[in-house]
Design a binder for this molecule. Structure first.
Ligand SMILES: C[S@@+](CC[C@H](N)C(=O)[O-])C[C@H]1O[C@@H](n2cnc3c(N)ncnc32)[C@H](O)[C@@H]1O
Length: 217
């Protein structure tokens, strides 16, 4: 599915989130706080927006972008205006030695993983002691009226916009279904703790339509 939507993926991110996705990524990068000489991994990097932002904020050449979908990574390669490494691979079996990275980020990706506990466990494995995982994910607003409006937008408006902009309505029907089926922020925090992360916390963004989780090793 992600290979299929790759050509219009960035445009739809900008349009459907009214440009908010860029500020959510900026906040994720700020929370990640990549220091000089530190290595970072972006899991489910897609077209590379988060990996690029991370590389620009920290020392260049030290960010690895990993994704299962070759077409998404191919777009990331063509858009890379900063040194990044690209790896086609699975979040559930990261092809890296233990404790290689200081920081692992995932942007709008963990909701799609086939085996979330295994992927979170592997994210923890590749982090050095004192490292941090920063997970940016779509979520449901806690306020019921805002959540109802948000669902209307995601279920009815987003697939129509996707069609008009030349993407797949089906993929953008998957979007609300996947958000609804996914863990709420409290349960995602519990999953991070179960994977062995410490000092797990989260912050809601834009009425709670997105959430950043942080876990330390
Ligand atoms: C919604 S996109 C997010 C892309 C990017 N992180 C961003 O911020 O725009 C989700 C990405 O996760 C990738 N993905 C899904 N399951 C994966 C897995 N098990 N391992 C690695 N990547 C995966 C998809 O191929 C897709 O590129």
């Amino acid at each position: 599915m992600f290979d299929r939507i790759a050509p219009r993926y960035d445009l739809l991110n900008r349009v459907l989130s009214f440009g908010r996705d860029a500020s959510w990524r900026r906040r994720t990068v700020a929370v990640a706080g990549l220091g000089a000489g530190e290595r970072a991994l972006d899991v489910g990097a897609g077209t590379g927006d988060l990996a690029r932002a991370l590389a620009k904020a920290g020392p260049s050449g030290r960010v690895v972008a990993l994704d299962l979908a070759p077409e998404m990574l191919a777009r990331a390669r063509t858009r890379a205006d900063v040194a990044l490494s690209f790896v086609i691979g699975s979040a559930e079996a990261l092809p890296f030695p233990d404790a290689l990275f200081s920081c692992v980020v995932a942007g709008f990706a963990v909701r799609n993983f086939g085996d979330l506990p295994r992927a979170l466990g592997d994210m923890r494995r590749v982090l050095r002691p004192g490292g941090r995982a920063v997970v940016l994910e779509l979520s449901l607003p806690p306020s019921r009226p805002i959540r109802a409006l948000h669902f209307f937008y995601l279920r009815r408006v987003a697939p129509a916009i996707a069609t008009v902009l030349g993407s797949s309505a089906e993929a953008y029907r998957y979007l609300p279904a996947s958000i609804e089926a996914f863990l709420d922020p409290e349960h995602l925090a519990a999953a991070l703790r179960e994977a062995g992360f410490q000092r797990v916390r989260y912050e809601r963004l834009t009425f709670g339509v997105a959430t950043i989780h942080i876990g330390e090793t």
